[in-house]
Design a protein around this ligand. Structure first.
Ligand SMILES: O=P(O)(O)OC[C@H]1O[C@H](O[C@H]2O[C@H](CO)[C@@H](O)[C@H](O)[C@H]2O)[C@H](O)[C@@H](O)[C@@H]1O
Length: 259
């Protein structure tokens, strides 16, 4: 995206609501899903930031809510999981449609075909096949997942990601998840900021742009996001400053906010 498309949004007209992706955004990409390294102060920084934002901070992720709870323990955050197919607000129970028995059959078939470094990630209400450790198996993974999508039918969709393809309930998207949260307290009436790094985050960028908010892409690559930040380490440094009482980032077109 050329620099002249990085339109400075100007000062916010209302206080911000912060929506954060997890993998590739709050933690660096790792070889496998369970190998990510969470900075020891990440959960504390997010908790302090949430207090500064009067509670208006949520994680919007492809991970299950339970995985985010584990990574950020003992803190609990509002989490839209599985690209929006799950929602759990702090102090409330998990909201999600019932797990689909047909997906169990898909997981079994995918596991039976799991070979040569492909990783099948069973997320309960969705399933992902990763080829990061076996790039030459990408085509095989795509064929397997396309077949499962056809078997499951129109209630399901495929989601592209970084060296991964996921099967999700068709209505789930990060844009819909952010739109839903923006109708609730304490998010309603605020300026939404969404920070993410991947194809699935483009739905979220579109949603916050349409709502007059701020879309921020972490790292390089084509994106509709209007702002850039170099990598998860740069973002964490920025969130630390904000949580510690510094000026909110992404209000002006500041060079340090861009890669
Ligand atoms: O929406 P996100 O929070 O960014 O989650 C998207 C997917 O992230 C994970 O996979 C990605 O990160 C892994 C760990 O770095 C990496 O090994 C993999 O190649 C990436 O695709 C996670 O495993 C998925 O469940 C999430 O949907």
């Amino acid at each position: 995206m050329p620099d002249d498309d990085l339109t400075p949004p100007g000062a916010w007209t209302s206080p911000p609501a912060l929506f954060l992706d997890f993998d590739g955004t709050l933690v660096a990409i790792a070889p496998t899903p369970d190998a990510v390294e969470v900075a020891p102060d990440l959960a504390g920084v997010l908790a302090r930031l949430r207090a500064r934002l009067d509670g208006a901070l949520a994680i919007v992720t492809g991970r299950p809510v339970a995985a985010i709870d584990d990574f950020l323990a003992p803190q609990r955050f509002d989490v839209a999981g599985l690209h929006g197919a799950e929602l759990r607000l702090v102090g409330e129970g998990l909201r999600a449609r019932p797990a689909a028995p047909a997906l169990r059959d898909s997981v079994s078939r995918l596991r039976a075909a799991e070979a040569g470094g492909l990783v099948v990630e069973d997320k309960g209400r969705s399933v992902a096949v990763h080829w990061r450790l076996a790039p030459r198996r990408e085509e095989m993974a795509r064929i397997m997942m396309q077949r499962e999508a056809e078997l499951l039918g129109p209630g399901w969709r495929l989601q592209e990601g970084k060296s991964v393809l996921e099967l999700l309930p068709a209505g789930a998207s990060k844009g819909a998840a952010i739109a839903g949260l923006m109708t609730r307290r304490p998010y309603a009436g605020r300026t939404p900021i969404f920070i993410g790094d991947d194809v699935t985050d483009e739905h979220g960028f579109a949603e916050v742009d349409a709502a007059g908010g701020v879309s921020v892409r972490v790292g390089p690559g084509e994106s509709r996001a209007r702002r850039r930040i170099a990598d998860p380490a740069a973002l964490l440094a920025c969130l630390r400053r904000w949580a510690a009482g510094g000026e909110p980032p992404f209000q002006e077109d500041r060079p340090e906010d861009r890669s």
